[in-house]
Design a binder for this molecule. Sequence first.
Ligand code: CTP
Length: 416
Amino acid sequence: MSDKRILLIIGGGIAAYKSLELIRELSRRGIASRCIVTKGGQEFVTPLSVSALSGEKVFTELFDLDDEADMGHIQLSRSADLVVVCPATADLMAKAAGGLAGDLASTTLLATDKPVLMVPAMNVRMWEHAATQRNVETLRADGVEVMDPDEGAMACGEFGPGRLPEPMAIANRIEAKLSGGAVLYGLDSKPLAGRHVLVTAGPTREPLDPVRFLSNHSSGKQGYAIAGALAKAGARVTLVSGPVSVPVPQNVDLVPIETAREMLDACENALPADVFISVAAVADWRPSRAAAKKMKLKEGEGDPHPTLELSENPDILATLSRKKKRRPDLVIGFAAETHDVEDLAIAKLKRKRCDWIVANDVSGDVMGGAMNQVSLVTRQGIEDRWPRMTKEDVAVRLVARIVEEFDDESDQIAAQ
Ligand code: CTP
């Protein structure tokens, strides 16, 4: 972990002193901490002691000309691999959930493009208050990971959930998060080295004329996260993707396409593969004819009531799954449904002849959002219902499950 660094925001609470222990534990693990101490935080720990332990300058003010000349607050928010708020007070969480930016800590949280981990610590009644719970829910829906506080006797004399988890547990969580969960599931030992995995992601665009197309809301986030986790596990990854705005993960070969037919061609060209994961939201239909010139609305120049004739697109998942030759050993589909999620997923698995289907409920904020809630369906039926988690965590768990499948397979071969 020697090249990793976090930005640690120390909020105002009696547990702030434990953040000093956390900095020491992280540095023992080779993780550097750059710190912001809030006004409240400075009542409990001094910037001098934080700076002595972290070995770095400590930031406290939003409008400090020296700091801005040294490192602007926007850059500060992006200078680390992970932002950790510890202790996360009720006030800091409320500000972050509401998108306020009145001081250095809240501005940093609003401006960051890095994953955020919050470690709450507060009085039990403050933690259980409906407003705090609402804010925690909002933050989690925004993709922030909020650790659950420990239960026990508190400094204020009350008892219940609200205690800061032990620094060792926080450091473990940070280490797992810095590796994108890869360490947690042993993916850093490259268990998929030598395997080729083909992934589709994003929407397809089906042209209507040179400037218009039919498409959908797929952001590509889930497919890109899966491609990234596969690469971390050592696989050679080919990612065939429609137009999206998420960055391409490291060590992934991107094949950009626009239409479903281009996606199918790109997938066929990428075979053979050991695994095929069909995450793309492929348009089922395309306009039968794409006009060569821009369609006109102006009177006399075009049809005032044009009707759209559609043709069915190829089903990429079903095509690769039904292949006689060069069928990938493991074919995994996704089923995005708004109702009867698992039943429809089981039917889809049979219809498309794939080995697994990851079923997700897209009736809420899944499309484009940071979170996902999925069930894993195999030919034997529903194997597991995973809790609501970030798309990165879904990716890591799915890859860990693929690794397990190949491990089982090699155990069986060895036993024969
Ligand atoms: N899929 C595909 N090619 C298509 C349509 C879908 O490869 N032309 C894949 C998706 O990538 C996904 C799975 O099939 O892995 C299910 O996609 P979904 O859109 O949920 O299913 P549809 O076949 O479109 O069925 P329906 O719209 O009736 O639910």
